[in-house]
Every structure is written in C-alpha cells, then in structure tokens.
Design a protein around this ligand. Structure first.
Ligand code: CIR
Length: 259
C-alpha cells in the first residue's frame, strides 16, 4: 500500500501577470509568455478534474510572482499540512496566503530555523525522501520528519543531500512503487540501491518530475523516453506541455497541492 491515500482534491493558484518576475536560473530559455502559461495552467487543472479531483483555483496574487508554484509552501500528509518556510526570502510569505484554503487540515508550523520547499519532498510508496538543498535545510528535514511521525510513528524519512538542480523532485520522482526516474543532472551520494532507477537522457531531464495522481501518471510532453517508461509501468499516462513554467524553473508537480 502507498504511504499516500488516494487524492480527492487539488489546490492551485492562477499565475499572476508578473509571473515572469519570479526566481529563475533558466533565463537563457527566454521570457515566458503569459497567455500561453494561462492556457497550460488551464489544461493542467482540467486534467486533474478528469482524474476525478475537485480542483480549487485561487486568484492570482501579484505580491508573489512565484505564488502559483503552490507545492512549495506546504507538505500535506493525511490530515496534516506542514507549513514550509522557503529558503528563498521572496517566497517565505506565500504559505500565509494559502492557509485559509487549507483550513480543514491540521496546520503545523515549523521552528524558526527550519527551511524547506515542498519540491524537495518526495513521497515514495514506502518512504519519504527530503532533499537537502539551497532551499531546504536539516532543521527543516527534522521538523518535517517529526510532524510525519506524529501521524505514522514508523514512517521512514531519509535526508537526501543533492546538487545540480533546484529541487529534489526536479530530478527524481517515483514512476511506480520502487521505480524511480532520474535526470542525470541530479547528483547525490544518497544510496538508491533499494529502487530500480531509470535514467533519462539529458535532453529529457525535465521529465524526471512525474506526478502520480491515483491510477494516472502525469508526465511532461515531448519526452519520448520518459513516455515509453511511463507507459510500460503505469496504466494511464497524461502528457502536459509546461514550456512557459520551465522558463521559471517550475516542475510538473509544483503547480498543485494534491491531497
Ligand atoms: C522558484 O525558483 O522557487 C520558482 N521559480 C520555481 C519553483 C518550482 N517549484 C517546484 O518545482 N516544486
């Protein structure tokens, strides 16, 4: 059985018109196109609805140009919503704006020195991996582990120091129980010997951020090797083109909180 129960809801935020002012290390890809980003965001929301999820979409909030990357400010596990505090100062307050919309969950606040982005937290079938990165520190890892253990005492939560990419899930996710898919740009000494690892060719690295939604797997469009692997291991595969979010370092999982 998977650690995460089936999802019934998703929370998203529509990108603000100034979303091109968000943080990015991908300036070489050019400025994002707002109209196209909205179309891609709509298609993503619709695909989640097609999987039976109730999707709430919050209004754009120009105070936070990265605010539509709603995966980063919270980690949700069963009825618990762990409020992350990003290691990126411009994103620290995003969680406050989401809190009222997660009121049905039990919100847990981290200690002041804890820093974590939800993009660094990967729930696998039998364990949770927490990337230690420029955004997420050991205090954040320990606070999250304690919160998860308050719900499931024996849950396995491993720290994964890595480099090469923004978030752990930018380069490593679970395609199917025990099968990981990886961008070779991700470097880590963490022992992945417990899993089968599928390495993508560098030009498809972006597709390493796959998103399982119940019996469906969402993957990035135009990545044939990733599509082949997904089709081999998953019953239903949906591809999404997120070209405008790639320009802002956004992965596929980051545009929604699923719970
Ligand atoms: C940032 O640098 O924080 C945003 N521009 C991108 C965040 C993407 N988050 C994610 O993939 N989980």
């Amino acid at each position: 059985m998977h650690l995460l129960p089936p999802f019934t809801r998703a929370l998203m935020r529509r990108p603000a018109a100034n979303f091109g002012e968000g943080l990015t290390s991908s300036g070489h890809l050019g400025a994002p196109n707002y109209a196209l980003a909205l179309q891609q965001h709509d298609a993503y929301a619709q695909a989640l609805r097609d999987c039976g999820l109730e999707v709430a979409i919050l209004r754009p909030d120009e105070r936070f140009p990265d605010g539509h990357f709603v995966e980063d400010p919270f980690v949700i596990f069963r009825d618990l919503a762990f409020h992350c505090r990003s290691g990126a100062p411009s994103r620290e307050q995003e969680g406050e704006s989401l809190k009222p919309h997660l009121a049905r969950l039990r919100i847990v606040e981290p200690p002041p020195d804890a820093r974590i982005d939800g993009g660094d937290v990967l729930f696998c079938a039998d364990r949770v991996l927490v990337g230690i990165s420029a955004r997420s520190n050991r205090a954040g890892f320990m606070a999250l582990r304690a919160a998860l253990r308050s719900i499931k005492r024996d849950i396995r939560v491993d720290p994964v120091p890595f480099s090469g990419l923004l978030h752990l899930k930018s380069g490593l996710t679970e395609l199917a129980p025990g099968i990981l898919i990886r961008d070779p740009a991700l470097q880590t000494d963490y022992d992945l010997g417990w899993a089968q690892v599928i390495d993508l060719p560098p030009e498809e690295g972006y597709a390493a951020d796959v998103m399982p939604v119940n019996d469906t797997l969402f993957i990035a469009a135009n990545c044939p090797r990733a599509f082949e692997a997904a089709s081999q291991h998953c019953g239903r595969v949906i591809t999404l083109d997120l070209s405008e979010f790639v320009k802002m370092d956004g992965g596929l999982t980051c545009l929604s909180l699923r719970y």
